[in-house]
Design a protein. Structure first.
Lengths: 111, 113
């Protein structure tokens, strides 16, 4: 079973536009994390938001968390061609150390 | 920086072979994970270890086993490789504190023929 489900599965935008990806999860969580994966490589951690936080920023990234709706969103502002990658949300289901990932959003930023 | 090293980037094995995928981390992290990644399915957790000699099954443990004899090394074992185990395998580690990030290896693309 997957803890998170990302939406959309694929997103294509023009350079300079904003990209928004959504994640829904099933159980209570301690935190929710977003990762990025360039084609055929390992994942790189982008940002972590704790369950008692509602919004967090890191550079061009903005993450929100709505625990009542069990959802999170990742906003990438002023996108660049180098942002082309797959993005995954992940969280440890309440009380567990296991880190469970969603199916990911493939982002294409056209130059 | 944390470094997570997987023993092979690409691997080709024959059906029925016993396959060992090795993962080594250099940051003394307690938790280690093995995932497989297939198109459209995201990352699925195979096994998880939270300490030496400790392991828990993930969502898809069938056909796999793991070994953690030392804190820095987490091995994934395919007892008898099958073609449906052709996939990208990713190892990760993280500190036991529940609000920390995970660090990933570069992945091993395994093909079973």
């Amino acid at each position: 079973s997957q803890q998170g489900e990302e939406d959309p599965q694929a997103l294509s935008i023009q350079e300079g536009e904003n990209a928004t990806m959504n994640c829904s999860y099933k159980t209570s969580i301690n935190n929710l994390q977003w990762y990025r994966q360039n084609s055929g490589r390992g994942l790189v951690h982008l940002i972590l938001i704790r369950s008692n936080e509602r919004e967090k920023h890191s550079g061009r990234l903005r993450v929100t968390l709505d625990t009542s709706k069990k959802s999170s969103s990742l906003l990438i502002t002023a996108s660049r061609a180098a942002d082309t990658a797959s993005y995954f949300c992940a969280s440890p289901p309440g009380g567990s150390y296991k880190l469970i990932f969603g199916s990911g959003t493939r982002l294409l930023v056209r130059p | 920086d944390v470094k997570v090293t997987q023993s092979s980037r690409y691997l080709v094995k024959r059906t029925g072979e016993k396959v060992f995928l090795e993962c080594v981390q250099d940051m003394d992290h307690e938790n280690m994970f093995w995932y497989r990644q297939d198109p459209g399915l995201g990352l699925r957790l195979i096994y998880f270890s939270y300490d030496v000699k400790m392991k828990e099954k993930g969502d898809i443990p069938e056909g796999y086993s793991v070994s953690r004899e030392k804190k820095e090394r987490f091995s994934l074992i395919l007892e008898s490789a099958s073609t449906n185990q052709t996939s990208m395998y990713l190892c990760a580690c993280e500190r036991r504190n529940m609000n920390t990030e995970a660090f990933f290896g570069q992945g091993t693309r395994l093909t079973v023929v």
